[in-house]
Design a protein around this ligand. Structure first.
Ligand code: ZN
Length: 72
């Protein structure tokens, strides 16, 4: 499930095969493998990358680091 890295909203609008839009933040989220890239949509329609604002963990699709592994 793709979620917004900024507000953690999960009901993102799908605008492309791997592109989503958070209408809460007005951010575009592009999914590349298991990593999300975040863009701010400017008034003229251009995109500004916001990846620098989020850690790699925050941009992971799955919170794999937080899920305990079944062992033993
Ligand atoms: Zn959001």
């Amino acid at each position: 499930m793709v979620h917004c890295p900024n507000c953690h909203f999960k009901d993102l609008g799908k605008i492309g095969s791997s592109q989503y839009y958070c209408w809460r933040c007005c951010l575009e989220v592009d999914v590349q493998g298991e990593v999300m890239s975040v863009f701010q949509v400017e008034e003229d329609g251009s995109l500004s990358s916001l990846d620098d604002l989020f850690s790699s963990e925050e941009r992971q699709l799955q919170d794999s680091g937080l899920i305990p592994k079944a062992s033993g």
